[in-house]
Design a binder for this molecule. Structure first.
Ligand code: R5P
Length: 295
């Protein structure tokens, strides 16, 4: 079995878990190059014929998408027995349905291309499906891995915690973290203008005075949601306010800086590398792959 991984340490974690047959798990080698005009080139260097292959790679932008397709094509052409694709972050998943007449269905477009190469696709806290486990999106079979237990574990250090969801869609996330931290949770009500993308959150008494608040969400993109949530929570005199999400996109650098200044801590997992991606999901990925694929 070969593991091709980019920014993760899954092969080592699998070896530790599977002590007896650890020699079967090898790190795959890929030669990835960029031509002077910006085009990419991929070549598999490992002998993968008839081998199960695992590819762990976040797709954070359009270049990553092309690189991943080339990597998958190289692996497929070289006659791998199976290709199991783990996409800790996958762009374009928020356009998962048609909101306004005439739109393209971005999530389906990307997943169809990737599914053309992979036997199994694993996503982490995908926007498409809130629960962990197998699901189907527009007839495409997928598996969703949940990373909130890892986020909650990181915040076990909070003395008097209370978790808050910045919108109704994240209620279950806040509850799940609250279960691990053995505390209460609450939520805010957010609306977003579909044309301007502007976020507004209703004022609400969250009973967070002297609490160590943990605002948790699946993704921070522009940071607009967290800024609005912070405004409401800060007025209610919490002891500390901490922000956490699985996918830290932080596409607005000024808001990212502002969040880090206002909040006591901002932390994300390493599905997208950034300055605060302190929670490594390699072990979780290793465990999930081994369980789900019976490796
Ligand atoms: C919304 O459904 C998501 O859970 C996030 O709350 C949202 O995508 C965050 O986006 P932004 O940081 O741009 O407000």
């Amino acid at each position: 079995m070969y593991v091709f991984e980019f920014g993760f340490n899954v092969a080592e974690c699998m070896k530790k878990k599977q002590k007896k047959t650890a020699d079967n798990i090898k790190k795959g080698e890929i030669s990835l190059k960029t031509f002077p005009d910006g085009e990419f080139y991929a070549r598999v260097m490992s002998n993968i014929e008839s081998e199960d292959c695992i590819v762990v790679k976040s797709i954070c932008n359009s270049d990553d998408m092309i690189k991943t397709i080339l990597i998958l094509d190289a692996i497929k052409r070289n006659k791998a027995k199976s290709i199991n694709l783990v996409l800790p972050y996958l762009i374009y998943m928020r356009q998962d349905k048609i909101f306004l007449k005439g739109e393209a269905l971005s999530a389906e477009v990307l997943l169809k291309i990737l599914k053309g190469y992979a036997n199994n696709i694993f996503l982490i806290n995908s926007h498409l499906y809130k629960e962990a486990g197998k699901f189907k999106y527009n007839n495409i079979k997928l598996c969703n891995i949940d990373a909130f237990s890892e986020i909650a574990k990181y915040f076990m250090k909070l003395k008097n915690p209370k978790t808050i969801a910045p919108d109704k869609g994240a209620i279950e996330i806040a509850k799940q973290c609250a279960n691990v931290l053995n505390c209460e949770s609450n939520y805010l009500e957010k609306t977003r203008d579909l044309i301007t993308n502007e976020v507004s959150i209703k004022d609400k008494d969250l009973r967070v005075e002297n609490k160590d608040v943990l605002i948790c969400d699946d993704i921070i993109s522009s940071g607009g949601t967290m800024v609005e949530a912070l405004k409401i929570i800060k007025k209610q005199r919490p002891a500390t306010v901490n922000l956490a999400c699985v996918h830290g996109v932080f596409c607005d650098k000024e808001i990212f800086l502002m969040l880090r200044t206002i909040a006591d801590e901002v932390v994300t997992t390493n599905t997208i590398p950034n300055k605060v991606s302190k929670i490594d999901l390699s072990e979780l990925i290793a465990e999930e792959i081994m369980n789900k694929l019976n490796f």
